[in-house]
Design a protein around this ligand. Structure first.
Ligand SMILES: [Mg+2]
Length: 180
């Protein structure tokens, strides 16, 4: 089965360190100096005085206008995904987002020459648990709880998911290789 050899990777904050640029834009706009470590809650509106809609609009702005500035979470992502493909795994990038940002995600993956088998853009509220993979790497505490056995989830360490203490956690994609 396809799922048995498919590793799913989230995009935002697992491959693309988008919060760096999101916070740059936020700080410019509101004359503040927040750092990624200050974002200790998945729901940004719990730590910053900003609405859900403004949060989403700022993500759209960042992907549309500053996608070339979004750094990868480490500089060896292309090597890691290529190594996983060589080992016989499929790489499925699964990303939940606003449709308008879709082309910029493709440009970003091309810019960093990241090889993968397929990409799934989720525009509605369908859980990632419904898609075919045996292992997901994600930074979202919500996804962590939605992924059900026999599927596995590995948490990509970010300041907003540190309350998840009972999960396997990595802070560089290359650490995944030893966990397979
Ligand atoms: Mg994410």
């Amino acid at each position: 089965m396809v799922a048995d050899r498919t590793i799913a990777l989230d995009l935002d904050s697992v491959l693309a360190d988008v919060m760096q640029i999101w916070l740059e834009e936020y700080n410019n706009r509101f004359h503040t100096d927040f750092k990624k470590d200050d974002i200790s809650d998945w729901h940004i509106y719990n730590v910053l005085p900003i609405s859900k809609e403004e949060i989403s609009n700022l993500f759209i702005t960042v992907w549309k206008n500053r996608w070339q500035d979004i750094p990868p979470t480490s500089n060896d992502i292309a090597e890691v995904t290529s190594q996983l493909l060589d080992l016989g795994f499929r790489i499925s990038i699964i990303t939940k987002r606003e449709r308008i940002t879709m082309p910029f995600v493709s440009y970003w993956l091309d810019l960093y020459k990241i090889p993968f088998s397929d990409i799934i853009f989720i525009f509605d509220d369908t859980s990632k648990n419904h898609f075919p993979f045996f292992l997901l790497v994600d930074d979202s505490p919500i996804n962590a709880k939605e992924i059900l056995s026999p599927k596995r989830i590995i948490i990509f360490d970010q300041p907003w998911n540190r309350s998840l203490t009972s999960y396997v956690r990595i802070d560089r994609l290359s650490q995944l290789i030893n966990l397979l």
